[in-house]
Design a protein around this ligand. Sequence first.
Ligand SMILES: [Zn+2]
Ligand SMILES: [Zn+2]
Length: 183
Amino acid sequence: MLITPLQLEQEPLLFDESIPAGALDYAPDVAQVGPLPVTGRADLILENRGHNEHVPDIRIRAAYKGDFELLCARCVEPVPTALKGSFDLIFRPQAADADPGERAITPDETEIGYYEESGLSLEDVVREQVLLSLPSRTLCKEDCKGLCPRCGQNLNLGTCDCDPVSDPRWNALAGLAGTIESR
Ligand SMILES: [Zn+2]
Ligand SMILES: [Zn+2]
């Protein structure tokens, strides 16, 4: 859904959208499962820059909630994860700040985003917000055993015939763990 200042001139736009699974490409380790409902409103904010110059900013306040699959950081199996969030953001037309020398962004303006001449894509905004809301690390379970570094066997499902002790990388890690514990 594209939101343009023209749509908002008379009144704010209230929306109740549903982004279908597969419509957005999030990241290689993030997949949306099922529709993602997004409800909220868009308002036009005319930013006064003097000399009768008004910049048409778009303010979006919205909330989303949906089911996703993230990959386990250790065994790379998909982990069902419910994500939800809300945001309140202001977007300025890209052309309004085209001359960076004349209008440097002040520190309190760093949160401001930009929209292109064609309009602001609600899907793009939601995609970015979902990515920002991701947990820093996903595990399928606290004690996930991960993959065998040699043969790739998922060690949660069964053992393999590799000898982990003879792998020099594991010896180095074991030594490191020893020094940390001895402090
Ligand atoms: Zn795992
Ligand atoms: Zn193995």
